[in-house]
Design a protein around this ligand. Structure first.
Ligand code: PLP
Length: 404
């Protein structure tokens, strides 16, 4: 039983007002709100456990280490990875992708090698590869999309050459909401002997992820988008790959022994975790994953799918409404434009009505160009949003429309 009122009561911020109106928070694609269970865990750890991890013999350090490593196990279970050695804590999706770009770039990529991305990527899955174009002379190949916002798999199949070294694509588009067929994408790449990185920033919060089922070699997501704290994220990497790659940053934690003659590196996953990790945030992330797991990812998905269906239907009835992204398999993201109202004007006026949406290019400028727009308004739903909030959004948009 999905008890939305009980769920909402776990998120104190949802009870606040902005401009004297009840907050309608529809910017979950940017970041999600945090339940008490997460914030309480952070406060509790700072007040009663805090000590640096992995390096102290004393009681608190050992307790903090146990919590941190238990969190890694929670993440492993959430992704269904084979081992905690495959779970690297990072600051978020951006850092996870940069880690792969940097280490994979160093270990594998040579002048003229090719990396495949898609037209619907977030900048954080474009720019790290472009840096490698400049630094190592690699080439980016781009999977085109259809007008509805789906990947052209026929074109994808044609992009493979004997220089293809990696495929890096998003699981769910943060603009179009398209859920990409990542299993098929991975299988096609593996048929060419090419590894795959999946950007899971927009999928981990909304659907059950099983990295073994997808078959991918790397998977990245951010804690703050899945009801966890900011500043923590995850890179899943197949052990064979993480073993093969050189370290990312150097420093404490990632070494076994250091001398001026020879330094040896720590075991996985610590080889990739230089310096003091955010061991409090990892606890918060684990509580967030516990939270969504207890609700059930399938129940969350069903709730959000129903909300997205309802919102799409209601939005379509607004005169001048143009939906950007109409793939049949969509997640809880709706991008739109109304008549020739500038997205920024729409967003600003909705804000005065207490409705938080995102406007602009959503860190996906190439996608904006592909869709022939400068920007969009984006409503993105979370596990706590309601039909009533969709009604407020629709009434708000209609009110703005009539003003113009
Ligand atoms: N990838 C996608 C698809 C995203 O939507 C985002 C954030 O909006 C990111 C990557 C970057 O995530 P972060 O800023 O948490 O590193």
């Amino acid at each position: 039983m999905y008890d939305i009122e009980k769920i909402r009561a776990d998120f104190p911020i949802l009870g606040r007002e902005v401009y004297g109106r009840p907050l309608v928070y529809l910017d979950n694609g940017a970041t999600t709100q945090k339940p008490r269970q997460v914030v309480d865990a952070l406060v509790n750890e700072y007040y009663s456990v805090n000590a640096n991890v992995h390096r102290g013999v004393h009681f608190l350090s050992q307790q903090a280490t146990q919590l941190h490593e238990a969190s890694r196990e929670t993440v492993r279970r959430f992704l269904n990875a084979r081992s905690t050695a495959e779970i690297v804590f990072t600051r978020g999706t951006t850092e996870s992708i940069n880690l792969v770009a940097s280490c994979f770039g160093e270990a594998v990529l040579k002048l003229g090698d090719e990396v495949i991305v898609s037209e619907m990527e977030h900048h954080s899955n474009i720019v790290p590869w472009q840096l490698l174009e400049q630094r190592r002379g690699i080439r980016l190949r781009v999977i085109p999309i259809t007008d509805a916002g789906e990947l052209r798999l026929d074109e994808y199949a044609r992009l493979f050459t004997d220089r293809t070294r990696l495929v890096s694509v998003t699981h769910v588009s943060n603009v179009l909401g398209t859920v990409n067929p990542v299993r098929e994408i991975t299988a096609m790449a593996h048929a060419h002997g090419v590894p795959v990185l999946i950007d899971g920033a927009q999928s981990a919060p909304h659907l059950a992820v099983d990295v073994q089922d997808i078959g991918c070699d790397f998977f990245a997501f951010s804690g703050h988008k899945v009801y966890g704290p900011t500043g923590i994220g995850v890179l899943y990497g197949r052990e064979e790959w993480l073993d093969r790659l050189p370290p990312y940053m150097g420093g404490g934690e990632m070494i076994r022994s250091v001398s001026f003659e020879k330094t040896t590196f720590n075991d996985l996953p610590f080889k990739f975790e230089a310096g003091t990790p955010d061991y409090v945030a990892s606890t918060g992330l684990a509580r967030a994953l516990d939270y969504v797991t207890a609700l059930g990812m399938d129940a969350i998905r069903a709730h959000e799918q129903e909300l997205t269906r309802y919102a799409t239907e209601r939005l379509r009835s607004i005169p001048g409404m143009r939906l950007i992204g109409e793939a049949p398999c969509k997640d809880a993201v709706i991008s739109f434009l109304v008549g020739d109202i500038h997205p920024l004007d729409m967003g600003t006026l909705l804000d005065r009505l207490g409705i938080a949406v995102r406007t602009g290019h959503h860190c996906a400028e190439p996608l904006m160009r592909r869709m022939g727009v400068e920007g969009t308004v984006r409503a993105s739903f979370g596990l706590y949003n309601t039909r009533e909030e969709v009604d407020v959004l629709v009434a708000g948009i209609d009110r703005v429309r009539k003003m113009f």
